[in-house]
Write a protein that binds this ligand. Structure first.
Ligand SMILES: NC(=O)c1ccc[n+]([C@@H]2O[C@H](COP(=O)([O-])OP(=O)(O)OC[C@H]3O[C@@H](n4cnc5c(N)ncnc54)[C@H](OP(=O)(O)O)[C@@H]3O)[C@@H](O)[C@H]2O)c1
Length: 283
């Protein structure tokens, strides 16, 4: 069966929630610009906003989402608002963090994820249990992880959680393929979110990418985002230019031919945007 445009715009999470196929990230946006940029992203058609306790902008993201829904008479349930626990820790600290995120956002959380596995096994498992309590209270709709390698995922599954992770958000682009983690997630029905899908902006001029993009008449950012979609990922892209925010959504009606998709996939070099940062391999 061929994909319809609607299939391409949503992917179903394991708990049944439809997740928009592309998200707008706010990691390094200037705090003063964040409200307007989230608003611009929603105006452009993004329905998935990705923030984090550690980004320090949950309050303006939440306000932008709530105001935009009110102004446009769109139900809040049409938007997926994701945030993350900065550090795994003990019961008290995790609870305080989640309460703080809820307070700053001013609304419920659609996907609440662990930002990094780096705090160690005990803290990871203890935090997960606290996160589950907030699902039962109705403050969080589903749970996810970020930067989890296979051993962290196996550890979580071995702990027999009541709620399984619906997403794993990892750095992913043609220069960093991570087939092992991606395949594990696919086998366990975990949607893979690709952060830094545009290589954090570092390799947009890469000659190989430019040549491939030129050969099919599109620009490199859309080539990378469309490739991410075709691989089955949910790219989380950041952008400060309202015109480019719109361009980044203009990827649903184009298709990269399979031979070109494979050529892009073959560019893997195990290259990270920040060479000193790979939490997927931490203990
Ligand atoms: N969970 C985690 O550990 C983690 C870690 C990193 C990131 N993330 C998430 O992933 C999101 C995106 O990652 P990222 O910021 O590293 O990288 P990215 O989205 O790969 O790249 C952002 C860069 O691309 C540029 N850009 C965007 N659209 C463009 C276009 N159409 N044409 C030309 N340039 C364009 C931006 O330029 P301008 O800035 O000039 O607009 C910026 O320099 C973050 O905001 C965050 O939500 C999560």
């Amino acid at each position: 069966m061929s994909e319809t445009k609607e299939d391409l715009k949503y992917i179903q999470l394991s708990n049944g929630l439809p997740l928009p196929r592309i998200g707008f990230g706010v990691f390094q946006l200037k705090y003063a610009d964040c409200y307007d940029l989230v608003t611009a992203a929603l105006d452009a058609g993004f329905r998935h906003i990705d923030t984090s306790e550690v980004f320090g902008n949950e309050d303006v993201c939440g306000k932008a989402v709530i105001d935009w829904c009110d102004r446009n008479r769109v139900p809040r349930t049409d938007i997926i608002l994701s945030t993350k626990l900065a550090n795994c820790s003990d019961y008290t600290a995790t609870r305080a963090s989640i309460r703080s995120s809820l307070h700053h956002l001013g609304t419920y959380i659609d996907i609440f994820s662990i930002f990094s596995p780096a705090a160690g096994s005990k803290a990871r498992i203890e935090s997960w249990g606290v996160m589950e309590e907030f699902i039962e209270r109705g403050d969080i709709r589903c749970l996810g992880v970020c930067n989890y390698g296979i051993k962290h995922l196996e550890e979580l599954y071995a702990s027999k959680p009541k709620h399984l992770p619906v997403i794993n958000q990892i750095e992913l682009h043609p220069f960093l393929a991570r087939d092992d983690i991606v395949n594990w997630c696919k086998e366990h029905n975990i949607v893979v979110e690709a952060y830094s899908p545009l290589t954090h902006g570092i390799r947009l001029q890469d000659p190989k990418l430019v040549e491939i993009a030129n050969s099919i008449g599109i620009d490199v950012p859309r080539l990378l985002l469309r490739w991410s979609l075709q691989k089955g990922y949910v790219p989380i892209v950041q952008c400060t230019n309202p015109d480019q925010i719109r361009d980044n959504l203009d990827i649903f009606s184009l298709r990269i031919p399979k031979d070109i998709e494979d050529k892009i996939t073959s560019l893997d070099e195990h290259w990270h945007a920040d060479s000193s940062y790979d939490p997927t391999i931490c203990e």
